[in-house]
Design a protein around this ligand. Sequence first.
Ligand code: AMP
Ligand code: MG
Length: 349
Amino acid sequence: MDTKVAFIDKSVIDNIAIKEAAEVIKKGGLVAFPTETVYGLGANALDAAAVEKIFLAKGRPQDNPLIIHVADKDISPYVKKVPTLAKELMDAFWPGPLTIILEKSSLVPDKTSANLDTVGIRMPSSPIALKLIAESGLPIAAPSANISGRPSPTDMERCVEDLKGRVDYILGGEISAVGVESTIIDCSVEPPCILRPGAVTLEMLQEIRKDIYIDPSLLEKPNENLKPKAPGMKYKHYAPKAKVIIIEGDLEKTIEKINEMVLNYIEQKLMVGILATEESKDKYPKGEVMVLGTRAKPETAAHNLFETLRACDDKGLDIVLSEAFPREGIGTAIMNRLTKAAGYHIIKV
Ligand code: AMP
Ligand code: MG
């Protein structure tokens, strides 16, 4: 398949490329496009055949539901009812990185919701995404624009790397500001439950309702007693080709442990990378040091996380040792993605 690639300046939003991409969506094709979380791979959410193409292009498991992206807050056509809490959440956080799960209406094909009775909906804040959705006049189903299992793309080049030849159109325009996927809150259950942490944090959501909680299977390795609530949550995700190990605990002890492990791996002739922070980067004499961001502003680490994981592959690393982040605020989202990238391999110090 020929893939058209167009990069547009977000200040010139009335762009011919957006119109072309919207035409592709209307005709049942696939368009990768920027959002403020990560790049999405979009198709008409109401067209099962178009949505099926997303699963094929990504190699995505059929039981992993998609999120519907809308350009305004009138979600009534897609859900059975809009509860008061959902309205409050939309008013507080839309447009923005929060996906709300509600009981779906019959307009939403089972393909889009992976046969669930519920559907996830989000209104992104990216001006290009909003313009594309509005121009197509359709809700756009869009998972992240990567081959399944790989780190999500946060810029156009990474979409091209994964999807050129597999999709109709790749629209580039901005590096995703947030860098990790949206927070997902399930409002079809009582009390409402966070199924994926993101930039809209537990603390922020609890200001709207105190009993909102994080699904426990997000915080540790799912087991017999701790089953993930949504099918998509069980998949290993975000993984570079290198083996990733997280070292968690006091920062000084973490640095000591990482340095010890680095020497060991170098002796075995392995290429070792270190995911460090501004505060610690000068304390690693050996190994390929990569800075995720600053601990003073953990959102910088979220912003750089997936790009850094992909850069690990570019550098041909065998092993990647990552510092951990405090599991609070956006740190919960960072640790959720890192833990999955590491296949739950965490060494506590
Ligand atoms: P992606 O956009 O690739 O990160 O994938 C979207 C994720 O949203 C899936 O992996 C699911 O975990 C979640 N999701 C979407 N719709 C639903 C739903 N109806 N119920 C539960 N989770 C959902
Ligand atoms: Mg994804």
